[in-house]
Design a protein around this ligand. Structure first.
Ligand code: ADP
Ligand code: MG
Length: 381
């Protein structure tokens, strides 16, 4: 049957930014895995408070309340996640606003599950992931708009590994370049773009990309946890006549695992990988920080391929959502805390330098703020 109309709390517009730049930050704790239960018992690393906050021990083992736009616990459905963070983005893409949905977290935290579900091919309705839901919603909205005939939806899938962009819809293209044009904005030059007319076209294409990703991994002996996977949908209207082209794009990003390299005792290429992955994740953090600090700041988009591709989906006329995926197990608490901290930094709203001289990467700017929109509170209990 039809899904109930979701009540979506609209993300706060960032203070100090003259551009429209919205970042919704959510945390998701997956259920304990069988392995975690077996080796570590039922020890959980967080205490649930409500749908926006939980208690977590910080680096000094002190209880701290962390608050986000929404927290999804182990009983959350895929549809809850979708309704809260993706529905507004899909709606906006149709009216020409770019959107980005990013999953962040250590390997095994539930990033791919959130994006693809248990499997993109065999998804049932309840477990279907964000990607397929975005597609379904996109076509439903377009079909209900009168001008369906003039809409054009295209799908690309790429992977970024060691700062190389690989086409997942054509494995022979393994080093794509990122370019910028007046009409297209930022784009991946030469990337395969498949025109999709409906959900099943999209599913076929996505399955191919996912299968190709696995093939490439075997060939190159790498784990998917070490590369970023991007699902790129572009929606365009009016390419047939001389009317102005309107449209936006939605980029879904399943990031590489955020775990620290020391833990794995990596050497050689694995160490290079870990460094590169951590670098592009920290560049992503820097970009988000610069964006939240306002237009005056230099935004280091060009410091990584990932942020360059996301440039006009993160900044400018855009909307972004970050899903911070965490293991609930006490045994993974340090990595989960680091993921939560990344989310907090992303959510941290800084006052523009004009209205306040405070400029810091720590939480100080937030505590000086009087804006009711600062919702990333931290207090001891
Ligand atoms: P990641 O992509 O972050 O490395 P995965 O999405 O592959 O992690 O998740 C690791 C394991 O946990 C998978 O077996 C996945 O099916 C399972 N899992 C993750 N999130 C959930 C969830 N919300 N509900 C049930 N199982 C989940
Ligand atoms: Mg994964």
């Amino acid at each position: 049957g039809p899904q109930p109309v979701p009540t979506v709390k609209s993300p706060s517009t960032l203070v100090g930014s003259t551009q429209m730049s919205n970042v919704t930050v959510c945390v998701r704790f997956r259920p304990l895995s069988h392995k975690e239960r077996k080796t570590n018992g039922d020890k959980i690393c967080f205490k649930r408070l409500d749908s926006e906050s939980f208690v977590f021990k910080d680096e000094r083992e002190e209880d701290v309340i962390f608050s986000f736009d929404r927290v999804f616990y182990e009983d959350a459905e895929q549809s809850d996640v979708y309704n809260f963070l993706a529905v507004p983005i899909v709606a906006d893409a149709i009216s020409g606003i770019n959107g980005t949905i990013i999953t962040y977290g250590q390997t095994g935290a539930g990033k791919t599950y959130s994006m693809e579900g248990p499997s993109i091919l065999h998804c049932n309705n309840q477990k279907t992931g964000l990607v397929q839901r975005v597609v379904d919603e996109l076509f439903q909205s377009l079909q209900s708009s009168e001008s369906m005939a003039t809409w054009n939806v295209k799908l690309s899938m790429v992977e970024i590994y060691l700062e190389k962009v690989r086409d997942l819809l054509d494995l022979s293209k393994d080093n794509l370049q990122i370019k910028e044009s007046k009409t297209q904005g930022i784009y991946i030059s030469g990337a395969t773009e498949v025109s999709i007319m409906n959900s099943s076209d999209a599913l076929e294409c996505l399955s191919e990309g996912i299968a190709n990703r696995a093939v490439g991994e075997t060939q190159m002996n790498l784990a998917s946890s070490r590369s970023h996977c991007l699902y790129i949908f572009s929606v365009q209207q009016g390419s047939t006549s001389d009317e102005r082209v309107r449209g936006g794009k939605i980029i879904l990003v399943d990031l590489a695992g955020s775990e620290k390299v020391e833990k794995t005792g990596a050497e050689g290429r694995v160490l290079d990988e870990a460094k590169t992955i951590n670098k592009s994740l920290s560049v992503l953090g820097n970009v988000i920080n610069a964006l939240t600090a306002g237009k005056q700041n230099h935004v280091p988009y060009r410091d990584s391929k990932l942020t360059r591709i996301l440039q006009d989906a993160l900044g400018g006329n855009s909307r972004a959502a970050l899903l911070c995926c965490c293991s609930p197990s006490a045994s993974n608490a340090p990595e989960s805390l680091s993921t939560i901290r990344f989310g907090t930094r992303t959510k941290l709203i800084k006052i523009s330098p004009k209205s306040s001289p405070v400029e810091t990467d720590s939480g100080k700017a937030a505590s000086k703020s009087t804006s009711p929109e600062v919702d990333s509170v931290k207090k001891h209990i």
